[in-house]
Ligand binder design. Sequence first.
Ligand code: SF4
Ligand code: SF4
Length: 154
Amino acid sequence: MHEVANTPRGRGILACIQCGRCSGSCPVARLISEHNPRRLMEMIILGSRDEILHTQLPWYCLSCFTCLDRCPQGGDVAEVMFAIRNIAVREKNMPDGFAAQAKNLIETGRVVTSTASMVRKREEIGLSKEHSTATEDVQKILKKTGFSKIIASK
Ligand code: SF4
Ligand code: SF4
């Protein structure tokens, strides 16, 4: 728990009283049973480090911050999710789908690249085939922040 609490984004873990309101109000939890914010907080409190680093749970979060609005303790679960993901990435435990998106971002400046149906739809509504992306600017930011290096070593 201290490892998470000592990160800039992880302090919310210290406030959790396991009431479950975050899980009850989370829009993702309604659709994906594995995504249970209260359970993640519990695993952190119990120190289940390996289990946490090998679960997809923190990766489903959409960062909508509904859980923060509903938490009676003001515990920022979404930020704790970021803290866990940061630790997981450093320990090379990033799920493959997210690693692929990170590589797309480095190569194209976009997380999701256009599919054939997206291009067709754009043309149908009178847009250019590709929307413009400041790829080089994005790449500079990713390099300066160390993101590219972390992903390259994955
Ligand atoms: S709503 Fe807040 S206190 Fe309740 S389980 Fe979630 S994080 Fe913990
Ligand atoms: S921020 Fe994440 S965990 Fe919190 S309610 Fe939104 S999707 Fe659920």
